[in-house]
Design a protein around this ligand. Structure first.
Ligand SMILES: C[S@@+](CC[C@H](N)C(=O)[O-])C[C@H]1O[C@@H](n2cnc3c(N)ncnc32)[C@H](O)[C@@H]1O
Length: 241
């Protein structure tokens, strides 16, 4: 089920009957270019808000002390990468969408951030080369098991992985979803809503429960949290052994 102008996480869950762990259906990918000004760049970025940006502080708070190099997976037009660049000396953002990467490069921050156009699953990053890997609203675009395994492989010992993801509720109409709709309206009235220009997928292929189980198998000791605005987070520190 799709809607051309669908926004991730805006609708309450109505898709609990979808089979478990299906491969990503590319017919559900919708490139979104709204929010890109005529110049091709977004403007007024400091005050932008949406369900992904709302959880950037959670990601920034998890930056390990002394982290030297971070990879943002599915970086879109690079807003999180630019914020990470204030805390980490070397930032790499990767996205397979050409328009998103071009926008990111145009807004880049003085050579401190490298934006790579490519598929995270196959791009030849050296193993154990990042002290932090972040991924916001992109895991559900990929084969999640393969992506988690790749993140684990690319993370240095003692490094931190932070994922903010989009997944379905198991049952429709939960009180949780009702609360989310109310909270969402409050945020939108006070902050507006910035429609990011990158491809989006709805419905996400996994339920929160499935993601939690999958992450538990791949990332021993991972901390899973469910958040109000249709997001969950995973935080994992790779053992130093
Ligand atoms: C919904 S957008 C999220 C963008 C951004 N992280 C944010 O916080 O808004 C998901 C992004 O993941 C990217 N993506 C999906 N699969 C990818 C892959 N295998 N490798 C790199 N990027 C990918 C898409 O092109 C898209 O820009």
């Amino acid at each position: 089920m799709t809607a051309g102008r669908y926004r991730e996480g805006w609708l309450p869950d109505k898709f609990s009957g979808v089979a478990s762990c299906p491969a990503v259906n590319l017919s559900r990918v919708r490139p979104r270019r709204a929010g890109v000004a005529a110049s091709g760049c977004v403007s007024g970025q400091d005050r932008r808000w949406n369900h992904n940006i709302h959880y950037y502080p959670l990601v920034l708070a998890a930056v390990p002390p002394g982290c030297q190099r971070v990879l943002d997976v599915g970086c879109g037009e690079g807003m999180l990468a630019r914020q990470l660049a204030h805390r980490v000396p070397s930032v790499v953002g990767i996205d397979q969408d050409t328009v998103s990467i071009e926008l990111a490069r145009r807004q880049g921050s003085g050579g401190q951030i490298e934006f790579v156009r490519g598929d995270f699953l196959t791009h030849p990053f050296p193993p154990a080369s990042f002290g932090l890997i972040t991924c916001v609203a992109a895991l559900h675009h990929m084969d999640a098991a393969a992506a988690l395994a790749r993140m684990s492989q690319l993370l240095a010992s003692g490094g931190t992985l932070v994922i903010v993801g989009v997944a379905r509720s198991r049952l429709p109409g939960l009180p949780w979803d009702a609360a989310a709709v109310i909270a969402n309206l409050g945020h939108r009235v006070t902050k507006g809503y910035w429609q990011h220009p990158s491809p989006a997928i709805w419905p996400p292929p996994h339920t929160c429960r499935q993601i939690r189980a999958l992450a538990g198998e791949t990332l021993p000791g991972v901390r899973y949290r469910r958040h109000l605005l249709w997001r969950y987070s995973l935080v994992w520190v790779k053992s130093a052994s």
